[in-house]
Design a protein around this ligand. Structure first.
Ligand SMILES: [Zn+2]
Length: 81
């Protein structure tokens, strides 16, 4: 399983940390669903749930429906730094 791409700022919750749903430790990170989870914990969950429903974006498998990568950007105006 590949690593998740969570470059989008939507994954960082500035309002504060919540307990990760996987390890219970505080994290400012959020999955696409808004679920608080560390990126590594989400990747680990994906590894342990290979049969979970997949999230497809234009035919590409970006991970599971629960934890998946950001779709690739078509234009680079916003830039990723
Ligand atoms: Zn965690």
């Amino acid at each position: 399983m590949g690593l998740l791409n969570w470059n989008s700022s939507q994954h960082y919750e500035h309002a504060g940390d919540y307990a990760c749903t996987q390890c219970g430790k505080p994290t400012p990170l959020r999955a696409h669903s808004g679920e608080p989870v560390h990126k590594v914990c989400a990747e680990d969950w994906n590894d342990r749930n290979p049969n979970a429903p997949r999230h497809l974006h234009e035919e590409r498998d970006l991970g599971t429906a629960r934890f998946h990568s950001d779709p690739p950007r078509k234009n680079r105006k916003e830039g990723v730094r």
